[in-house]
Ligand binder design. Structure first.
Ligand SMILES: [Zn+2]
Length: 252
C-alpha cells in the first residue's frame, strides 16, 4: 500500500514534469526514422505504454466509435490569466500560462498549464486531418490531466497564431517572453463549445494513460502561410498517427 502510494506519487510527478516542461520523457525521441512513433515503445522501458497501451491517443473520431449521450456537461471554462512565454522544446511550440486559469469537469478543477501545437492534427474527425491542432493541457497537483483539442482548418490568417509565431524560438530549447492577455485566449476559442469526449493518453512519450480528452466540435482557422511557417521551424510533421480505439467509445 505504502510502496504503491510512493510509486503512484513518483509517476504523477514524472507526468507533471512532462507536461510542465513539455519535453516528454528523458530518452530522446522524435517523429522521423528510428526515433519515430512506430518505435517509441521500444526506445525506453518507461515508454512501453506507447506500444502496449489500450487507451492511446490520438484517435479518429468517426461514427463507428461515437455514441450519443444525454448531453455532456458543459466544460466550466475560467481562462482569466494570460500567456507570459513561448518555448520550442524540440518537439513543438508551447505557450505557458500564468497561474490562475482552469476548467472544471466532473466536479474537478483542472488548472491550465500550457498550450502547444501539432501539424497536421493528431486527432481526426470522420477521417479528416486538419492543418493544425492545439492542445490546451490542464493538470491537477496530483497529476490528473485534461486536454482540450482545438482544430484549425484552412482559412483566414489567425491573429492569435500570428502573435505566437512572431515570437516562437527557431532553436530547440529556446524561450522568449510573449505577452497575450486572457481576452485574446478566450477569443481564440470558438463560441460554441460542444465537444467529443474520450479516455486517452499523452500523444508523446511516455504515452501515459488516464487523460481526459475533450475535442471541440467547432474549429478555428489558420492560413496556409501560417501552417508553412510552423512547418519551416521543425522541417517535418509533429503528429503521432491515430491509434486503435479498442474498447473505448467517444461520447458526443
Ligand atoms: Zn499535444
Amino acid at each position: 500500500m505504502r510502496l504503491g502510494k510512493i510509486i503512484k506519487g513518483s509517476l504523477a510527478i514524472a507526468l507533471l514534469s512532462t507536461v510542465l516542461l513539455g519535453a516528454g520523457g528523458k530518452t530522446h525521441w522524435g517523429y522521423t526514422g528510428h526515433e519515430g512513433p512506430a518505435n517509441w515503445g521500444d526506445l525506453a522501458a518507461d515508454y512501453s505504454l506507447c506500444k502496449s497501451g489500450k487507451s492511446q491517443s490520438p484517435i479518429n473520431i468517426n461514427s463507428e466509435v461515437t455514441v450519443e449521450s444525454e448531453g455532456l456537461e458543459k466544460i466550466g471554462f475560467d481562462y482569466s490569466t494570460g500567456i507570459s512565454s513561448v518555448i520550442n522544446n524540440g518537439h513543438t511550440i508551447q505557450v505557458n500560462f500564468d497561474e490562475g486559469s482552469s476548467i472544471t469537469i466532473d466536479g474537478i478543477k483542472f488548472p491550465l498549464v500550457q498550450l502547444h501545437f501539432h501539424t497536421p492534427s493528431e486527432n481526426q474527425i470522420n477521417g479528416k486531418e486538419f492543418p493544425l491542432e492545439g492542445h490546451f493541457v490542464h493538470a491537477t497537483k496530483d497529476g490528473s490531466l485534461a486536454v482540450i483539442g482545438l482544430m484549425f482548418e484552412d482559412g483566414a490568417e489567425n491573429p492569435f497564431i500570428k502573435k505566437v509565431w512572431a515570437k516562437m524560438p527557431r532553436q530547440a530549447g529556446g524561450k522568449e517572453a510573449l505577452s497575450i492577455p486572457a481576452s485574446e485566449v478566450n477569443a481564440l476559442l470558438p463560441k460554441e463549445k460542444e465537444y467529443y469526449r474520450f479516455n486517452g493518453s499523452l500523444t508523446t512519450p511516455p504515452c501515459s494513460e488516464g487523460v481526459r480528452w475533450l475535442v471541440l466540435k467547432s474549429y478555428s482557422t489558420i492560413s496556409k502561410a501560417q501552417t508553412k511557417e510552423f512547418l519551416d521551424v521543425f522541417h517535418h510533421a509533429n503528429n503521432r498517427p491515430v491509434q486503435p480505439i479498442n474498447a473505448r467509445k467517444v461520447i458526443k
